[in-house]
Design a protein around this ligand. Structure first.
Ligand code: EPZ
Length: 427
């Protein structure tokens, strides 16, 4: 298994290209199941999760063609996905267990084929993560759902019918699944308390380009008037706001000065607000965003994760690494997932002073971190250890790099280009 070795202490300076968002690309790829025509997606990041989704879709009969390679810049890859005929409506355990986002094929398969069987994804390192909201919403659209032998078995007689769905809590995945299903349902569907994440809006915009009728994009109420069929379209995946925020924090933790090319300030406003309070200077540039540290160290700040437009849970681990080296104390509260502090013991092994009390962590800034052998059990926790390693004295080796490969394209290349001493040890 590959590892990442970092020799900490270098100040980052230079330009980092921001890739297309993994969490937008995955539902967009699933949306290809909704039409017989070709959906062309550009700016797709080169990541393990994208390959997993491609494999899953090909098992359903989607013909997938890659029309362009990432060109060193931030233009990403181009995929053409054609689901002319759906040959199989079963998403098996083998793939679903490796990627929870596989659940996103449920809504489209059901809407187009009237049936779908998707393995229950089960819990994962960051929490139990049920899919009850996806299922309840689909039932409201007329689906009959049974859970048998670890599978969600869904079918609908006579097609899905529009309904008013009020989500009891904000769920990105449930909003996406229901939105896709509603596009081919008969009549009007309203999704209240919908997730407003930019990845949801990116999906909605692509669906509109495919001929869907959706109002309220970007708001918490999505109204969909069903159509009988969707057509092909060409769509560019939105910039990855989590990658943007991660590298902004990498710049900050090293006292650096970095341009995030292709990064969009409007997608990371709450992150900018938090980093600004910590003393980081973030400004728009022609290329994207410039992140510069005013002092040697950031100031301690309090923050709390929330659904968009609040501070994202997917940046919670990274800000904790940054605040570990801040002047003074900080409090970080996690409100989305019940078990997303696995990075804490590893950061503490590197010298951080963090105490967790329920959903909050108190972080007392330390003089400096020290390198260590570390590992984490999920993507964002892993990258927080990379950030800590960039600032730490001595050598840090991050194990289980496959987590990083799920969500960060060419991580070591991008950081090394800005002066980090970081290499991948291939094994
Ligand atoms: C998406 O997951 C992202 N994944 C996650 O990114 C992200 O952390 C999360 O949204 C929150 O922003 C993708 O987009 C592929 P949710 P999702 O449904 O859709 C509970 C990363 O690191 N819930 O918004 O699965 C759930 O347990 C990943 O890139 C239910 O109770 O998240 C959680 O506490 C990790 N029942 C909360 O809602 C349901 O049916 C929010 O989850 C669905 C969710």
């Amino acid at each position: 298994m590959d590892r990442i070795r970092i020799h900490g202490g270098n100040r980052l300076a230079g330009t980092i290209p921001v890739s297309g968002a993994k969490n937008a690309a995955l539902p967009l790829m699933a949306a290809s199941l909704l039409t017989q025509d070709t959906l062309q997606l550009s700016n797709l990041p080169h990541l393990a999760d994208i390959s997993t989704m491609a494999k899953l879709l090909s098992q359903h009969g989607v013909a997938l063609e890659m029309n362009g390679e990432a060109s060193g810049g931030h233009m990403g890859r181009v995929f053409s996905l054609s689901a002319e005929t759906i040959t199989n409506t079963v998403a098996s355990y083998d793939l679903v267990r490796t990627m929870r986002a596989s659940i996103l094929v449920l809504g489209p398969l059901l809407a187009r084929e009237g049936k779908a069987q998707v393995s229950l994804p089960g819990g994962c390192a960051i929490g139990t993560r049920p899919v009850d909201l996806h299922l309840q919403g689909l039932e409201q659209l007329g689906a009959e759902i049974e859970l048998e032998e670890g599978y969600i078995k869904a079918r609908v007689k006579g097609g899905l019918k529009g309904a008013h769905i009020v989500l009891p809590m904000v769920s990105v995945g449930a909003t996406e699944n229901l939105l896709m299903a509603a596009c081919l349902a008969e009549g009007e569907t309203v999704i209240s308390n919908a997730a407003r994440e930019p990845e949801v809006s990116d999906l909605a915009n692509c669906l509109v380009a495919m001929g869907a009728k959706i109002d309220g994009i970007g708001s918490d109420t999505l109204s969909v008037t069903g159509v009988t069929s969707l057509k092909g379209a060409a769509h560019e995946v939105v910039a990855d706001r989590i990658e943007t925020g991660t590298y902004a924090m990498a710049a900050a933790i090293t006292g650096g000065d970095v341009i995030l090319a292709g990064g969009r300030l409007d997608l990371i406003e709450s992150t900018v607000e938090t980093l600004t309070r910590a003393g980081v200077e973030i400004t728009p540039t022609e290329e994207g965003i410039r992140v510069r540290c005013k002092g040697e160290k950031v100031e301690g700040v309090d923050t709390m994760t929330e659904p968009f437009p609040g501070f994202p849970t997917d940046l919670q681990a990274q800000i904790m690494a940054l605040l570990s080296c801040a002047k003074g104390a900080s409090m970080v509260t996690e409100t989305i997932f019940e078990n997303r502090f696995m990075h804490v013991p590893e950061l503490c092994r590197m010298g951080a002073n963090i105490h967790v009390h329920g959903a909050s962590a108190i972080i007392r800034g330390v003089e400096g971190l020290t390198g260590a052998q570390v590992m984490a059990t999920d993507l964002r926790a892993s990258v927080s250890l990379v950030l800590a390693g960039l600032a730490a004295q001595g050598e840090t080796v991050v194990n289980r790099v496959y987590h990083l490969d799920r969500g960060y394209e060419r991580l070591e290349e991008k950081l090394a280009a800005c002066g980090a001493e970081i290499t991948r040890i291939r094994e």
